[in-house]
Design a protein around this ligand. Structure first.
Ligand SMILES: [Zn+2]
Length: 409
């Protein structure tokens, strides 16, 4: 087997791995201005691990020429990829920020082939099997067998249960493992404790008569927040792309931990239409508002944050990692943020909670315990080399490939 690393190694973003020069695993975008893409590639078939931009964002561009490689994924990943592609088109269509056209996106639907977990299929001469990775609905570990070597590409994964999805339990045998390492030096606090602290904080603000704005990523995190609010009977609104994703995920009950709970959470929340100044009125209400974007660089959060910022009774609870240079990160560090081009001091309380959908250090190590006899290739992280070295010190055969590297055996 030969593996080429086209992106997503020694970095997070634009994941892309080419197997035996024929089979492409993921084809993502690294967000930023300008966004970065993996190198050009002409695969016979494509397999996508899950529906996040950094894994699927550039897939439609593979169809902009004459080639029509089939694209293999789980049903939710297909739907999420199409929503993301259309969102990218709407925001950036016709600019360098968007490497594909509406026609390319339509072609995606023509070459799409969906597969459930543990249902082996053939792709570019390989036997491929998906296993539930516990990251977001539809997320998969990808096992690739070329007849001689078995490669396990972990994709993004979580070992602990979340409200929306259960943690990964599958540990299929493999000769070589490409492992994500996003949080290889982080220990997440116990999830139940984080949830309890978060709910207590939200309830306190509501008792005091304030409004809580909960910026959340549309995919996964918004539903996680909806489930928590419903579970604790916290009055809540939901706004932004998370609304569409919530409706979409309701159609895939087999890919969430508790479909009934998600149905209840959806009916518990009020969906904001955004008509007639509705957002400004809601921002005065004694309720929680779950809204995109999770890092405050767009979406209806751009209306809610200015509306609640001046009053210290109000609260803004960030629910995920804030990338450096984003308004969310600035708000945490300086107490003010640039919203729609204006720097705004924020008197409302600002808090951050670690609702990660990735395994932490202990989780990754526990996962890799099943692969003591495999060769490990560490990627998808900011400290891949350091982590590979720690693994070697622990007796593993491990390395951290660089962009453009070839691995062969
Ligand atoms: Zn992901």
């Amino acid at each position: 087997m030969e593996i080429r690393f086209l992106g997503g190694v020694r970095e997070v973003g634009r994941s892309a791995i080419l197997v035996n020069d024929r089979l492409l695993l993921d084809y993502g975008v690294k967000s930023g201005s300008p966004p970065q893409y993996p190198g050009d590639v002409d695969p016979e078939a494509v397999v996508v691990s899950h529906g996040h931009l950094d894994h699927v964002g550039a897939v439609p561009s593979l169809l902009s020429g004459d080639a029509r490689p089939p694209i293999h994924w789980t049903p939710p990943t297909r739907e999420l990829a199409l929503v993301l592609a259309r969102d990218t088109l709407q925001l950036h269509g016709g600019t360098l920020q968007c490497p594909f056209t509406e026609t390319d996106v339509q072609r995606v639907t023509q070459v799409s082939e969906t597969h459930g977990y543990r249902e082996p299929f053939e792709a570019a001469g390989h036997e491929v099997t998906f296993f539930d990775a516990g990251h977001i609905p539809g997320s998969a570990h990808v096992l690739v067998d070329d007849g001689e070597t078995r490669l396990l590409y972990t994709g993004d994964f979580h070992t602990a249960d979340q409200q929306l999805v259960s943690g990964t339990t599958a540990r299929p045998d493999a000769d070589v493992v490409i492992c994500e390492s996003t949080y290889s030096d982080v220990d997440h606090a116990d999830r139940a404790t984080v949830e309890a602290q978060f709910i207590e904080s939200v309830e306190t603000t509501l008792w005091e008569g304030g409004t809580v704005v909960i910026p959340a990523f549309a995919i996964g995190r918004t539903q996680e927040m909806l489930l928590l609010c419903a579970d604790h009977d916290v009055p809540c609104y939901v706004d932004g792309m998370g609304k569409r994703i919530t409706k979409l995920l309701r159609r895939y009950p087999d890919y969430v931990r508790d479909a009934d709970a998600l149905r209840r959470a959806k009916s518990h929340a009020r969906f904001v239409t955004g008509r007639d100044g509705q957002r400004k009125r809601i921002a005065d209400r004694n309720a929680a508002i779950i809204t995109t974007s999770g890092m405050l660089h767009g979406g209806p959060a751009m209306t809610y944050v200015p509306a609640v910022r001046s009053h210290p009774t109000n609260k803004i609870t960030l629910t995920g990692y804030q990338v450096e240079g984003t308004p969310g990160r600035d708000l945490l560090e300086t107490g003010s943020a640039e919203i729609d081009g204006r720097t705004m001091p924020v008197s409302a309380q600002v808090e951050q909670y670690d609702f990660s959908a990735h395994a932490d250090r202990d989780g990754v190590l526990a996962f890799l315990e099943s692969y003591r006899d495999s060769e490990l290739l560490v990627g998808h992280g900011d400290r891949c080399e350091a982590f590979a070295e720690e693994l070697r010190a622990d007796g593993f055969e491990a390395s951290a490939p660089e962009l453009g590297d070839r691995w062969e055996r």
